[in-house]
Design a binder for this molecule. Structure first.
Ligand SMILES: [Mn+2]
Length: 264
């Protein structure tokens, strides 16, 4: 089946056990859903698609998670049925088991990671599955063709080495500012860490990293994608750090716009 015609399963992944600094993202899926349905706005995207009411879209609630790799099993179950997944994290550690499942069902795909951080640590505080490590696991196992990162602004020498070693296409925030933009030629998976946005736009994250993307810049990145989208996740929303649910509103809007792009 053509990628754009495959059903989309919305899944919450209430998991923050791999967060290195603060807990909270486990509460994110329910908060984002509440904001999505709070009646403050309509359900149409800026490209005039109503993904939530579309035949292809189904919200299956939150995943039951017994351990870290049970995430992979739950995603594989959806992919086996021919569905695509749109996941609400959870911390960013969920990206590795998700992509591990995808690699079994899709041959050649790219990943767009929007993030303040490379998440390329070989290990972090002794844990190779920390939320600081998922993209090291993904590239070292060759799970995608090309990893493109946008918004990065926290690299240390180790992370730069990792990026060079594994051929990561990194558009650091300072290069984005100079006009550098990503291009894609293969089906794409989007992994959106809300801390890629500037804390002024998305304060509800565990790791505030100033000097980031605007909401409009992230919307434009998504709207400019012209290859089929095989799946996506929106991670690292931390309700404990939010102000008047503003970041939940950002997450809800980005969820709609990504879902709309997955359909059309
Ligand atoms: Mn991050």
């Amino acid at each position: 089946m053509k990628i754009r015609q495959r059903p989309i399963t919305l899944l919450g992944i209430p998991w923050d056990k791999k967060s290195s600094f603060l807990q909270g993202p486990a509460l994110a899926p329910d908060k984002i859903r509440t904001t999505l349905h709070n009646g403050a706005g309509n359900n149409w995207t800026e490209l005039t698609i109503n993904p939530l009411a579309h035949d292809l879209f189904q919200d299956k609630g939150n995943m039951a998670i017994s351990d870290y790799f049970s995430i992979e099993t739950a995603i594989a179950k959806e992919l086996k049925q021919g569905n695509r997944t749109l996941c609400l994290g959870g911390d960013h550690s969920i990206a590795f088991p998700i992509i591990k499942a995808y690699a079994h069902f899709f041959e050649a795909f790219d990943i767009l990671q929007i993030d303040a951080h490379g998440d390329l640590y070989h290990e972090f505080e002794g844990d190779p599955h920390s939320h600081a490590c998922p993209f090291a696991r993904i590239v070292e196992n060759g799970l995608c063709e090309q990893l493109t990162q946008v918004g990065i602004r926290t690299l240390n020498p180790h992370q730069r080495e990792q990026a060079a070693k594994y051929g990561v296409n990194m558009i650091e925030m300072k290069d984005f500012e100079e006009g550098k933009r990503p291009t894609f030629n293969r089906p794409l998976y989007i992994s959106l860490d809300l801390d890629g946005l500037d804390p002024a736009f998305a304060p509800g994250v565990s790791h505030h990293e100033p000097g980031g993307l605007t909401t409009r810049e992230v919307l434009r990145l998504i709207q400019n994608i012209d290859v089929p989208i095989i799946g996506a996740d929106i991670v690292e929303y931390n309700p404990h750090r939010d102000i008047s649910d503003m970041t939940a509103a950002v997450a809800a809007k980005l969820l709609k716009e990504i879902a709309g792009k997955m359909i059309k």
